[in-house]
Design a protein around this ligand. Structure first.
Ligand SMILES: [Zn+2]
Length: 68
């Protein structure tokens, strides 16, 4: 049980800060920026439009909060 509202955390973060905790980076080369697919077509990182809770690395976020 926890009273942490992940959605609220995600809403409070934006862009690069959010991407720091996005799990897409694990199996997707996500650095928060738009990259090319090699044919001139832009590929937007999945976290551009905000993260789904499932892709938010809450553990990493909380660890940073503890250190801060
Ligand atoms: Zn990302």
């Amino acid at each position: 049980m926890s009273d942490i509202n992940v959605e609220e955390i995600i809403d409070s973060l934006s862009g690069e800060a959010l991407c720091k905790y996005c799990r897409y980076g694990i199996d997707y080369d996500c650095n928060g920026g738009i990259r090319s697919d090699g044919s001139g077509n832009p590929i937007y990182p999945p976290c551009t439009d905000g993260l789904d809770e499932d892709y938010f690395d809450l553990d990493a976020y909380l660890a940073d909060m503890v250190e801060a």
